[in-house]
Design a protein around this ligand. Structure first.
Ligand SMILES: Cc1ncc(COP(=O)(O)O)c(C=O)c1O
Length: 401
């Protein structure tokens, strides 16, 4: 099915599910009717709810359909051929520019982006160093080892990042063992998903990547949440990306796409990479729907996220002046902040009262724990600081036991 017909089909299906019918019309007419009839799309959550979970604004199918229609209206959906051309190519160009790299390639998943980066960087040196806590080491079914015959060496067990010293020791061991087995690539994941979004400090990253360059070892950044790290440190995404040969950024965690990833590097690195993508079954047809939503979500994201972090910092200062509650950043943290409640506060009740004030937080870590992780995203901009502070004040007062 061609792109436009696919969209028509989707929209019609959604309408049918809601008992609505569509007159035969053109795509453009449909998008106009979507925009002009506010009653058509109903399952969007209340727009003033601040959600202290997730890196971006939550998505619903209806929101994505609406945004697609808006994108089509404003810029036009342009088909790709198995992820080549159209909106996909526009997205690749935009991301390459944003990340200060010569070129970028759309990938269906971050898992494949990391895999193909390491596979290509390693070349004839089939060993790569990663963090023991990384997504690639824990959550990808050992794809790099099983499908590309590259041995992953995990460093920094249980910790967010490894140091230059640990890296040097591992590389030297690889080069001086009884059977030489040189390291072809080093990957850094930052922020680290399994370690509450903690990051490798910029200076350590620089030391590590300078060393890799000296040793002619490829370096790759799993920057699924690169923009969270930048929002926390004030260091631009392109300045992080400049340290590494290649960088991957997620398109669905906070840019609003339903799935997808971008892998950026030199033109030489990305040249012909779509063959590898296809070989691994990742040359998706009609990827333009994901690309269009990402293009739309990227627009202004940095500015929105920076404002969100500023608002969170100001809010936490005020919350910390209250009795019984404390929010402190992690050392080397990004956008996740642990909030501790004193023992005379009923955690479950606290969450309920916040909910009644349109503030959504996760349940406390365990039944007896009074620690709640707050993840900052642009939904914090939906309420001003005074309203948010009032919600927390009420929640404390009404949950004292
Ligand atoms: C840090 C990190 N890297 C890679 C991935 C993989 O991304 P995808 O789900 O697009 O394969 C994830 C997904 O959760 C992640 O958190």
């Amino acid at each position: 099915m061609h792109g436009e017909h696919f969209l028509l089909f989707f929209i019609e299906l959604t309408f049918r599910e809601r008992g609505l019918t569509l007159m035969p019309t053109t795509n453009r007419h449909i998008t106009q009717s979507l925009r002009s009839d506010a009653t058509i799309i109903q399952d969007i959550p209340p727009s003033n709810t601040v959600i202290f979970r997730g890196d971006g604004e939550p998505k619903t199918p209806a929101m994505m359909l609406q945004r697609l229609a808006e994108f089509d209206q404003e810029f036009a959906l342009e088909e790709d051929s198995y992820s080549l051309g159209g909106n996909v190519e526009q997205l690749e160009k935009k991301c390459a520019e944003m990340l200060g790299k010569e070129a970028a390639v759309f990938m269906p998943t971050g898992t494949l982006a990391n895999h193909l980066a390491i596979r290509k960087l390693c070349g004839v040196k089939p060993r790569a160093i990663v963090q023991e806590q990384s997504h690639l080491y824990n959550d990808s079914g050992d794809c790099v080892t099983r499908l590309s015959n590259i041995n992953l060496v995990p460093l920094a067990k249980g910790c967010p990042y490894f140091t230059l010293e640990a890296l040097k020791a591992a590389v030297e061991q690889s080069e001086t063992g009884r059977v030489i087995n040189p390291v072809g690539a080093v990957m850094v994941e930052s922020p680290v998903r399994r370690r509450s979004g903690k990051i490798m400090p910029f200076d350590e990253m620089k030391a590590v990547t300078d060393y890799c360059r000296d040793k002619q070892i490829g370096s790759h950044l799993d920057g699924a949440r690169l923009y969270m790290m930048s929002g926390a440190t004030g260091i631009l995404p392109a300045d992080y990306a400049a340290l590494f040969d290649t960088v991957y950024v997620s398109l669905y965690k906070y840019f609003g796409a339903p799935f997808g990833a971008i892998l950026a590097g030199t033109a030489e690195f990305t040249d012909g990479l779509y063959h590898d993508r296809r070989m691994f079954g990742g040359g998706l047809a009609s990827a333009n729907f994901a690309a269009a939503l990402a293009l739309q979500g990227i627009d202004g994201f940095e500015e929105r996220f920076n404002r969100a972090m500023t608002r969170a910092t100001a809010l936490f200062d005020k919350i910390n002046a209250l009795e019984g509650i404390n929010v402190e950043p992690f050392e080397h943290g990004s956008n996740i902040f642990p909030m501790a409640l004193e023992s005379d506060i009923d955690g479950k009740r606290f969450v309920k009262v916040l909910e009644a004030h349109s503030v959504s937080v996760s349940a406390p870590d365990g039944d007896r724990s009074r620690r709640i992780m707050l993840t900052i995203n642009p939904t914090i901009l939906r309420q001003d600081i005074q309203d948010l502070l009032y919600a927390f004040e009420r929640a404390i007062e009404e949950s004292l036991q």
